[in-house]
Design a protein around this ligand. Structure first.
Ligand code: NAD
Length: 271
């Protein structure tokens, strides 16, 4: 018996083969789950459809979370054909890339609202809808980043959105626990994707991160999908309201390692 045999999981947030959501969908399918895989905008369909078809995913249809008619249509279709769901991955975030550099203090009202709507309110809205289809309990997983707990250069308004996302996980877990529905976040380490390429200086974050984590490497797609499979499975049956770090230990440290410290100080002295 495979770990996710008999489970039906809605995976939101696949844009291409580099997406963390794709890694999760693929691994969950390998573990026996049936996958629903909508795409966030019409222009994503060309890339998403062949990926979805390669794992036999269903509901390959548009689901822009800011378009209620599209979200309604997705949930109507799932309700009609499947009747229920056991899991949902929320891997959705958006912000104006011009504001993912420079100062947080310069964030505009329009982009603040839009970032929160796409990246945070979508979890609330999708969770409410999905919970109505989870008659036998279920597991909801979102993806967050350390920038919601600590300030990270350039992450700016997206960090504030991740704080609200982490907090939403706790409130949603409290609402839905009595129905056997668990809600958790995976706080992933940095990895190159379409979304992360919009964050200013991301290449140097990746390079430095690999040298600073206790495991002295960056997180991989396999690392994140393995953690998601655990959270979707019954192995994590008592875990809810949690932000689970899958970041090679980076968030557990409070100072750069000694070997790097010496290099940094020498470099600064030379200036
Ligand atoms: P990605 O670009 O592959 O995925 C982002 C997804 O958000 C895309 O599929 C896009 O279609 C979707 N999206 C954006 N606006 C949408 C809308 N209005 N409606 C529906 N979907 C919409 O990048 P990713 O890095 O895999 O991002 C997935 C999640 O992981 C995001 O929440 C991101 O913040 C988070 N995360 C990323 C990293 C990283 O370093 N890449 C680290 C930690 C957390």
């Amino acid at each position: 018996m495979k770990l996710l045999e008999g489970k039906r999981i809605l995976v939101n947030g696949v844009a291409n083969e580099m997406s963390m959501a794709w890694a999760v969908a693929k691994k969950a399918a390998e573990m026996g789950a049936e996958i629903a895989m909508p795409f966030g905008s019409e222009r994503m369909e060309k890339r998403v459809r062949p990926l979805a078809e390669s794992i036999g995913a269903k509901f390959i249809m548009p689901c822009n979370v800011q378009d209620d008619a599209q979200v309604d249509a997705l949930f109507d279709a799932i309700k009609k054909d499947w009747g229920g769901l056991d899991g949902m991955l929320h891997a959705i975030a958006f912000s104006d890339r011009d504001e993912l550099q420079g100062r947080y203090a310069d964030t505009t009202r329009a982009n603040f609202k839009n970032t929160m709507d796409v990246s945070v309110f979508s979890l609330v809205d999708l969770t409410r809808r999905v919970s109505e289809l989870m008659k036998n309990g279920g597991s909801i997983v979102t993806l967050t980043y350390l920038g919601g707990e600590k300030s990270i250069p350039n992450y700016n308004v997206m960090g504030v959105a991740k704080s609200a996302l982490d907090s939403s996980v706790r409130y949603l877990a409290a609402d839905l626990g009595k129905d056997g529905i668990r809600v958790n976040a995976i706080s992933a380490g940095p990895i190159r994707t379409l979304a992360s390429s919009g964050v200013g200086g991301f290449a140097s974050i990746l390079e430095l991160n690999a040298k600073m984590t206790p495991l002295r490497r960056n997180m991989t797609l396999d690392d994140v999908s393995g953690a998601a499979v655990y959270l979707f499975s019954d192995l994590s049956s008592a875990v809810t309201g949690e932000v689970h770090h899958v970041d090679c230990g980076y968030s557990s440290t409070g100072m750069i390692p000694n070997d790097l410290k010496d290099v940094l100080l020498k470099g600064l002295d030379a200036e």
